[in-house]
Design a protein around this ligand. Structure first.
Ligand SMILES: [Zn+2]
Length: 154
């Protein structure tokens, strides 16, 4: 069940912030209709309505292997570094950690079992889910929608 995100952290129930350094960001004031105009259709559904792209459907980010940074397509906040990316075999870009402060997490019950989903800490766009089956050193797998990311080469 997708949940509409509107301006303000309170619009995403359950989203947990250790702190909220981006609370005054102009990206928080963008409404749903404006996001729809700003983003490609698939990216809009993922970032603003918690959709999930079909696995393997976004080959661009999945097959991006250059050195650089993966940032939020909605607001440009850097989230992952290329050296943290790994081949998970799932069809989604996967990372074992993220840039501190770039993500806020919440428990998602959409499929009946609790999963931890994560959002961009600045624009609150939905990016993906984190699982406990990743590689060392964290053992975590941040399973991210490719259409929610943009790549900035180093
Ligand atoms: Zn963002």
């Amino acid at each position: 069940m997708a949940t509409a995100l509107t301006a303000g952290a309170a619009a995403v129930p359950g989203l947990a912030f250790a702190e909220d350094p981006y609370g005054a960001s102009p990206f928080r004031k963008i409404n749903d209709a404006e996001w729809k105009l700003r983003l490609p259709a698939k990216s809009y559904e993922v970032l603003r309505h918690e959709d999930t792209e079909p696995p393997g459907s976004d080959g661009v980010m999945l097959n991006e292997h250059r050195k650089g940074t993966f940032a939020c397509l909605g607001c440009g906040l850097p989230i992952f570094k290329s050296e943290w990316k790994f081949e998970s075999g799932t069809g989604w870009p996967s990372f074992y950690t993220f840039i501190p402060g770039a993500l806020a997490k919440k428990v998602d019950l959409a499929i009946g079992v609790p999963r931890t989903e994560y959002h961009c800490a600045q624009c609150l766009g939905h990016h993906g889910h984190v699982f406990n089956d990743g590689p060392k050193p964290t053992g975590l797998r941040y399973c991210n929608n490719g259409v929610a990311l943009k790549f900035i080469p180093a």
